[in-house]
Ligand binder design. Structure first.
Ligand SMILES: Cc1cc2nc3c(=O)[nH]c(=O)nc-3n(C[C@H](O)[C@H](O)[C@H](O)COP(=O)(O)O)c2cc1C
Length: 334
Protein backbone atom coordinates (compact mmCIF):
# COMPACT_ATOMS: atom_id res chain seq x y z
CA UNK A 1 0.00 0.00 0.00
CA UNK A 2 1.40 3.42 -0.96
CA UNK A 3 1.83 6.49 1.22
CA UNK A 4 -1.42 8.11 0.08
CA UNK A 5 -3.59 5.14 1.03
CA UNK A 6 -1.63 4.48 4.22
CA UNK A 7 -1.38 8.03 5.60
CA UNK A 8 -2.97 10.83 3.59
CA UNK A 9 -6.31 9.26 2.70
CA UNK A 10 -7.17 8.20 6.30
CA UNK A 11 -6.34 11.75 7.51
CA UNK A 12 -8.44 13.38 4.79
CA UNK A 13 -11.29 10.92 5.42
CA UNK A 14 -11.59 12.18 9.00
CA UNK A 15 -12.65 15.57 7.60
CA UNK A 16 -15.90 16.52 5.88
CA UNK A 17 -15.46 15.87 2.12
CA UNK A 18 -15.48 19.52 1.07
CA UNK A 19 -12.95 20.49 3.77
CA UNK A 20 -10.68 17.63 2.67
CA UNK A 21 -11.01 18.77 -0.93
CA UNK A 22 -10.12 22.36 -0.03
CA UNK A 23 -7.00 21.14 1.79
CA UNK A 24 -5.94 19.14 -1.26
CA UNK A 25 -6.49 22.19 -3.46
CA UNK A 26 -4.26 24.25 -1.10
CA UNK A 27 -1.60 21.51 -1.21
CA UNK A 28 -1.68 21.57 -5.02
CA UNK A 29 -0.57 25.21 -4.88
CA UNK A 30 2.71 24.19 -3.17
CA UNK A 31 5.88 23.94 -5.25
CA UNK A 32 6.23 20.16 -4.86
CA UNK A 33 7.67 17.65 -7.37
CA UNK A 34 4.22 16.69 -8.68
CA UNK A 35 5.64 14.63 -11.58
CA UNK A 36 7.45 12.40 -9.07
CA UNK A 37 4.43 12.25 -6.75
CA UNK A 38 2.14 11.11 -9.58
CA UNK A 39 4.79 8.80 -11.00
CA UNK A 40 2.97 8.39 -14.32
CA UNK A 41 4.84 6.26 -16.83
CA UNK A 42 5.83 8.06 -20.04
CA UNK A 43 5.82 5.65 -22.91
CA UNK A 44 5.20 6.21 -26.64
CA UNK A 45 2.77 3.26 -26.48
CA UNK A 46 0.46 5.40 -24.33
CA UNK A 47 0.32 8.38 -26.70
CA UNK A 48 -3.22 8.91 -27.91
CA UNK A 49 -5.00 11.38 -30.16
CA UNK A 50 -8.46 12.51 -29.08
CA UNK A 51 -10.29 14.41 -31.83
CA UNK A 52 -6.96 15.82 -32.99
CA UNK A 53 -5.65 16.62 -29.48
CA UNK A 54 -2.38 14.80 -28.85
CA UNK A 55 -2.23 13.27 -25.37
CA UNK A 56 0.77 11.70 -23.61
CA UNK A 57 -1.57 9.02 -22.23
CA UNK A 58 -5.32 8.30 -22.35
CA UNK A 59 -6.03 9.03 -18.64
CA UNK A 60 -8.01 12.22 -18.05
CA UNK A 61 -9.06 13.92 -14.84
CA UNK A 62 -12.87 14.20 -14.98
CA UNK A 63 -14.77 17.47 -14.62
CA UNK A 64 -15.75 18.66 -11.16
CA UNK A 65 -12.48 18.17 -9.29
CA UNK A 66 -11.12 21.60 -10.19
CA UNK A 67 -14.32 23.51 -10.79
CA UNK A 68 -12.65 26.92 -10.89
CA UNK A 69 -9.61 25.81 -12.97
CA UNK A 70 -7.30 26.87 -10.13
CA UNK A 71 -4.88 23.94 -10.05
CA UNK A 72 -4.90 22.49 -13.56
CA UNK A 73 -1.14 23.09 -13.89
CA UNK A 74 -0.26 21.00 -10.82
CA UNK A 75 -2.84 18.35 -11.76
CA UNK A 76 -1.33 18.15 -15.25
CA UNK A 77 2.15 17.74 -13.75
CA UNK A 78 0.93 14.71 -11.76
CA UNK A 79 0.83 12.93 -15.10
CA UNK A 80 -2.76 13.01 -16.31
CA UNK A 81 -2.88 12.72 -20.09
CA UNK A 82 -5.31 15.65 -19.93
CA UNK A 83 -7.33 17.50 -17.32
CA UNK A 84 -10.90 18.78 -17.49
CA UNK A 85 -11.60 21.95 -15.47
CA UNK A 86 -15.09 23.16 -14.53
CA UNK A 87 -18.02 22.75 -14.88
CA UNK A 88 -18.20 26.49 -15.49
CA UNK A 89 -21.33 28.57 -16.03
CA UNK A 90 -21.52 32.10 -17.40
CA UNK A 91 -22.35 33.64 -14.04
CA UNK A 92 -20.82 32.64 -10.71
CA UNK A 93 -22.91 30.04 -8.86
CA UNK A 94 -22.91 29.30 -5.13
CA UNK A 95 -24.27 25.78 -5.66
CA UNK A 96 -26.63 23.85 -3.41
CA UNK A 97 -26.84 24.04 0.41
CA UNK A 98 -24.46 21.82 2.42
CA UNK A 99 -23.96 18.97 3.04
CA UNK A 100 -23.75 18.43 -0.70
CA UNK A 101 -21.07 15.73 -1.02
CA UNK A 102 -21.03 12.53 1.03
CA UNK A 103 -18.82 9.46 1.01
CA UNK A 104 -19.70 5.76 1.05
CA UNK A 105 -16.22 4.38 1.73
CA UNK A 106 -17.13 0.70 1.84
CA UNK A 107 -18.49 1.02 -1.69
CA UNK A 108 -15.60 3.30 -2.78
CA UNK A 109 -18.27 5.82 -3.75
CA UNK A 110 -19.17 9.49 -3.43
CA UNK A 111 -22.56 11.11 -3.84
CA UNK A 112 -22.43 14.60 -5.30
CA UNK A 113 -25.13 17.25 -5.07
CA UNK A 114 -22.94 20.33 -5.42
CA UNK A 115 -25.10 22.03 -8.05
CA UNK A 116 -22.20 23.40 -10.13
CA UNK A 117 -20.64 25.98 -7.76
CA UNK A 118 -18.03 27.94 -9.74
CA UNK A 119 -16.65 31.48 -10.05
CA UNK A 120 -18.16 32.09 -13.51
CA UNK A 121 -16.72 31.93 -17.02
CA UNK A 122 -15.04 35.34 -16.98
CA UNK A 123 -13.01 34.64 -13.84
CA UNK A 124 -12.10 31.18 -15.13
CA UNK A 125 -10.98 32.54 -18.51
CA UNK A 126 -8.71 35.07 -16.76
CA UNK A 127 -7.26 32.31 -14.59
CA UNK A 128 -6.66 30.01 -17.58
CA UNK A 129 -4.97 32.81 -19.52
CA UNK A 130 -2.42 33.18 -16.68
CA UNK A 131 -1.81 29.55 -15.80
CA UNK A 132 0.89 27.53 -17.59
CA UNK A 133 -0.16 24.55 -19.68
CA UNK A 134 1.49 21.47 -18.25
CA UNK A 135 -0.83 19.03 -20.05
CA UNK A 136 -3.61 19.24 -22.59
CA UNK A 137 -6.64 20.75 -20.89
CA UNK A 138 -10.37 20.98 -21.52
CA UNK A 139 -13.00 23.05 -19.83
CA UNK A 140 -16.45 21.73 -19.01
CA UNK A 141 -19.35 24.15 -19.46
CA UNK A 142 -23.10 24.06 -18.77
CA UNK A 143 -25.85 26.65 -18.83
CA UNK A 144 -29.57 26.89 -19.00
CA UNK A 145 -30.06 29.74 -21.49
CA UNK A 146 -28.41 29.38 -24.89
CA UNK A 147 -26.83 32.91 -24.86
CA UNK A 148 -25.28 32.08 -21.47
CA UNK A 149 -23.85 28.83 -22.81
CA UNK A 150 -22.45 30.68 -25.81
CA UNK A 151 -20.64 33.07 -23.43
CA UNK A 152 -19.37 30.35 -21.11
CA UNK A 153 -18.01 28.58 -24.18
CA UNK A 154 -16.45 31.63 -25.87
CA UNK A 155 -14.66 33.06 -22.83
CA UNK A 156 -12.43 30.10 -21.85
CA UNK A 157 -12.18 28.43 -25.28
CA UNK A 158 -9.05 30.34 -26.45
CA UNK A 159 -7.14 29.05 -23.41
CA UNK A 160 -7.96 25.33 -23.66
CA UNK A 161 -7.55 22.48 -26.15
CA UNK A 162 -11.23 21.57 -26.20
CA UNK A 163 -14.57 22.08 -24.50
CA UNK A 164 -16.76 19.46 -22.83
CA UNK A 165 -20.45 20.29 -22.77
CA UNK A 166 -22.01 18.89 -19.62
CA UNK A 167 -25.40 17.79 -20.90
CA UNK A 168 -25.97 15.53 -17.92
CA UNK A 169 -25.70 17.22 -14.51
CA UNK A 170 -28.36 15.71 -12.22
CA UNK A 171 -27.86 18.45 -9.60
CA UNK A 172 -29.35 21.55 -11.16
CA UNK A 173 -33.08 21.95 -11.66
CA UNK A 174 -32.68 22.66 -15.37
CA UNK A 175 -30.70 19.44 -15.76
CA UNK A 176 -33.83 17.50 -14.83
CA UNK A 177 -36.82 19.53 -15.86
CA UNK A 178 -36.12 20.96 -19.28
CA UNK A 179 -36.52 19.27 -22.62
CA UNK A 180 -32.92 18.08 -22.78
CA UNK A 181 -33.08 16.97 -26.40
CA UNK A 182 -34.32 20.29 -27.78
CA UNK A 183 -31.91 22.16 -25.51
CA UNK A 184 -28.89 20.13 -26.66
CA UNK A 185 -29.82 20.59 -30.32
CA UNK A 186 -30.18 24.36 -29.83
CA UNK A 187 -26.88 24.60 -27.94
CA UNK A 188 -24.97 22.67 -30.58
CA UNK A 189 -26.45 24.78 -33.34
CA UNK A 190 -25.06 27.92 -31.70
CA UNK A 191 -21.77 26.51 -30.39
CA UNK A 192 -21.09 24.57 -33.58
CA UNK A 193 -21.11 27.74 -35.63
CA UNK A 194 -18.64 29.51 -33.31
CA UNK A 195 -16.25 26.92 -31.97
CA UNK A 196 -12.60 26.80 -32.95
CA UNK A 197 -11.62 23.80 -30.80
CA UNK A 198 -13.01 20.25 -30.47
CA UNK A 199 -16.32 20.02 -28.65
CA UNK A 200 -17.28 16.97 -26.56
CA UNK A 201 -20.68 16.13 -25.12
CA UNK A 202 -20.94 14.41 -21.74
CA UNK A 203 -23.98 12.14 -21.68
CA UNK A 204 -25.99 10.87 -18.71
CA UNK A 205 -25.87 7.14 -17.90
CA UNK A 206 -28.75 4.77 -18.70
CA UNK A 207 -30.01 1.60 -17.08
CA UNK A 208 -33.59 1.06 -18.27
CA UNK A 209 -34.77 0.62 -21.86
CA UNK A 210 -36.50 4.02 -21.74
CA UNK A 211 -33.38 5.78 -20.43
CA UNK A 212 -31.34 4.00 -23.09
CA UNK A 213 -33.58 5.39 -25.81
CA UNK A 214 -33.28 8.91 -24.38
CA UNK A 215 -29.49 8.77 -24.07
CA UNK A 216 -28.94 7.25 -27.51
CA UNK A 217 -31.15 10.00 -28.91
CA UNK A 218 -28.95 12.58 -27.15
CA UNK A 219 -25.87 10.88 -28.64
CA UNK A 220 -27.45 11.13 -32.09
CA UNK A 221 -28.28 14.82 -31.59
CA UNK A 222 -24.72 15.43 -30.40
CA UNK A 223 -23.08 13.72 -33.37
CA UNK A 224 -25.52 15.24 -35.88
CA UNK A 225 -24.86 18.61 -34.24
CA UNK A 226 -21.12 18.26 -34.92
CA UNK A 227 -19.76 17.00 -31.57
CA UNK A 228 -16.21 15.67 -31.92
CA UNK A 229 -16.59 13.13 -29.14
CA UNK A 230 -18.88 11.73 -26.45
CA UNK A 231 -18.20 11.16 -22.75
CA UNK A 232 -19.99 8.16 -21.21
CA UNK A 233 -20.95 9.22 -18.68
CA UNK A 234 -21.91 11.33 -15.67
CA UNK A 235 -23.07 10.21 -12.21
CA UNK A 236 -26.14 8.01 -11.56
CA UNK A 237 -29.04 9.95 -9.95
CA UNK A 238 -29.85 8.56 -6.46
CA UNK A 239 -31.77 9.57 -3.33
CA UNK A 240 -29.53 10.14 -0.27
CA UNK A 241 -30.97 11.55 2.96
CA UNK A 242 -27.54 12.67 4.16
CA UNK A 243 -27.57 15.41 1.50
CA UNK A 244 -29.35 18.70 2.26
CA UNK A 245 -31.23 18.44 -1.04
CA UNK A 246 -32.01 14.75 -0.48
CA UNK A 247 -30.64 13.49 -3.77
CA UNK A 248 -27.51 13.61 -5.87
CA UNK A 249 -25.30 11.75 -8.33
CA UNK A 250 -23.61 8.49 -7.38
CA UNK A 251 -19.95 8.24 -8.41
CA UNK A 252 -17.32 5.54 -7.91
CA UNK A 253 -16.58 1.85 -8.19
CA UNK A 254 -20.22 0.78 -8.49
CA UNK A 255 -20.46 2.54 -11.86
CA UNK A 256 -17.77 0.53 -13.65
CA UNK A 257 -19.96 -2.25 -15.08
CA UNK A 258 -22.40 0.36 -16.39
CA UNK A 259 -19.57 2.40 -17.90
CA UNK A 260 -18.17 -0.54 -19.85
CA UNK A 261 -21.68 -1.44 -21.06
CA UNK A 262 -22.51 2.18 -22.02
CA UNK A 263 -19.29 2.61 -23.97
CA UNK A 264 -19.95 -0.65 -25.83
CA UNK A 265 -23.54 0.27 -26.65
CA UNK A 266 -22.73 3.78 -27.83
CA UNK A 267 -19.77 2.48 -29.84
CA UNK A 268 -22.05 -0.08 -31.52
CA UNK A 269 -24.74 2.53 -32.27
CA UNK A 270 -24.68 4.59 -35.47
CA UNK A 271 -23.20 7.43 -33.37
CA UNK A 272 -20.19 5.37 -32.35
CA UNK A 273 -18.21 7.01 -35.15
CA UNK A 274 -16.74 9.72 -32.91
CA UNK A 275 -14.22 9.02 -30.14
CA UNK A 276 -15.77 7.94 -26.85
CA UNK A 277 -14.37 8.70 -23.41
CA UNK A 278 -15.27 6.30 -20.60
CA UNK A 279 -16.00 7.86 -17.22
CA UNK A 280 -17.39 6.20 -14.11
CA UNK A 281 -15.87 3.77 -11.65
CA UNK A 282 -12.37 3.46 -13.10
CA UNK A 283 -9.89 2.61 -10.33
CA UNK A 284 -7.43 0.10 -11.79
CA UNK A 285 -5.50 -0.64 -14.94
CA UNK A 286 -7.86 -3.56 -15.60
CA UNK A 287 -10.85 -1.17 -15.36
CA UNK A 288 -9.27 1.21 -17.86
CA UNK A 289 -8.39 -1.66 -20.20
CA UNK A 290 -11.98 -2.97 -20.05
CA UNK A 291 -13.18 0.48 -21.17
CA UNK A 292 -10.62 0.73 -23.98
CA UNK A 293 -11.54 -2.77 -25.14
CA UNK A 294 -15.23 -1.77 -25.14
CA UNK A 295 -14.33 0.99 -27.59
CA UNK A 296 -13.20 4.00 -25.55
CA UNK A 297 -10.35 6.19 -26.83
CA UNK A 298 -9.65 7.71 -23.41
CA UNK A 299 -10.87 7.25 -19.83
CA UNK A 300 -11.50 9.83 -17.11
CA UNK A 301 -11.23 9.34 -13.36
CA UNK A 302 -12.63 11.27 -10.42
CA UNK A 303 -13.58 9.07 -7.44
CA UNK A 304 -10.65 6.71 -8.10
CA UNK A 305 -8.33 9.71 -7.77
CA UNK A 306 -10.01 10.68 -4.47
CA UNK A 307 -9.70 7.19 -2.92
CA UNK A 308 -6.39 6.12 -4.46
CA UNK A 309 -4.67 9.51 -4.72
CA UNK A 310 -1.93 10.38 -7.19
CA UNK A 311 -0.71 6.78 -7.06
CA UNK A 312 -3.58 5.90 -9.38
CA UNK A 313 -1.60 7.51 -12.20
CA UNK A 314 1.36 5.18 -11.77
CA UNK A 315 -1.00 2.20 -11.49
CA UNK A 316 -3.06 3.07 -14.58
CA UNK A 317 -0.22 4.17 -16.86
CA UNK A 318 2.09 1.27 -16.00
CA UNK A 319 -0.65 -1.32 -16.56
CA UNK A 320 -1.75 0.26 -19.84
CA UNK A 321 1.82 0.65 -21.07
CA UNK A 322 2.55 -3.02 -20.33
CA UNK A 323 -0.53 -3.98 -22.33
CA UNK A 324 -0.15 -1.56 -25.22
CA UNK A 325 3.60 -1.82 -25.86
CA UNK A 326 4.16 -3.46 -29.25
CA UNK A 327 6.20 -6.22 -27.57
CA UNK A 328 3.14 -7.11 -25.45
CA UNK A 329 0.98 -7.83 -28.49
CA UNK A 330 0.70 -11.26 -30.02
CA UNK A 331 1.60 -11.62 -33.72
CA UNK A 332 -2.16 -11.92 -34.53
CA UNK A 333 -2.81 -8.48 -32.95
CA UNK A 334 -0.25 -6.73 -35.11
C1 LIG B 1 -17.99 15.80 -6.00
C2 LIG B 1 -18.22 15.63 -7.48
C3 LIG B 1 -18.38 16.75 -8.28
C4 LIG B 1 -18.60 16.60 -9.66
N1 LIG B 1 -18.75 17.72 -10.43
C5 LIG B 1 -18.92 17.58 -11.78
C6 LIG B 1 -19.01 18.72 -12.62
O1 LIG B 1 -18.92 19.87 -12.18
N2 LIG B 1 -19.20 18.52 -13.96
C7 LIG B 1 -19.28 17.26 -14.52
O2 LIG B 1 -19.42 17.14 -15.74
N3 LIG B 1 -19.17 16.17 -13.74
C8 LIG B 1 -18.99 16.30 -12.39
N4 LIG B 1 -18.87 15.18 -11.61
C9 LIG B 1 -18.95 13.84 -12.25
C10 LIG B 1 -17.56 13.30 -12.61
O3 LIG B 1 -16.93 14.09 -13.56
C11 LIG B 1 -17.69 11.86 -13.16
O4 LIG B 1 -18.47 11.91 -14.35
C12 LIG B 1 -18.38 10.91 -12.20
O5 LIG B 1 -17.96 11.16 -10.88
C13 LIG B 1 -18.10 9.44 -12.54
O6 LIG B 1 -16.73 9.15 -12.49
P1 LIG B 1 -16.02 8.49 -11.20
O7 LIG B 1 -16.79 7.23 -10.87
O8 LIG B 1 -14.59 8.25 -11.63
O9 LIG B 1 -16.12 9.48 -10.10
C14 LIG B 1 -18.66 15.31 -10.23
C15 LIG B 1 -18.50 14.19 -9.42
C16 LIG B 1 -18.28 14.32 -8.06
C17 LIG B 1 -18.11 13.08 -7.20
Amino acid sequence: MGWYRAVVHPALSALPPEVAHRLVMHALALPLPWERIGGAVRDPALETTLAGIRLPNPIGLAAGFDKGCERLAALGRLGFGYVVGGTVTRHPRAGNPRPRVVRSPTRLALVNAMGLPNPGAEAVARRLARSPRTSPRLVSIADEAVPDAVASHALPEPHVDGVELNASCPNVSWGRDRDTEAHLAALLRELGARRTRPLFVKLPPFRTAVEREVVLTLARIAVDGGADGLVCSNTRPVADRRLAVGRGGLAGRVLLADTVRLVGEVRASPDGVVPITACGGIFTGEDALACLRAGATTVQVYTGFVYRGPEILRELTSRLAAELRPSARTPEDR
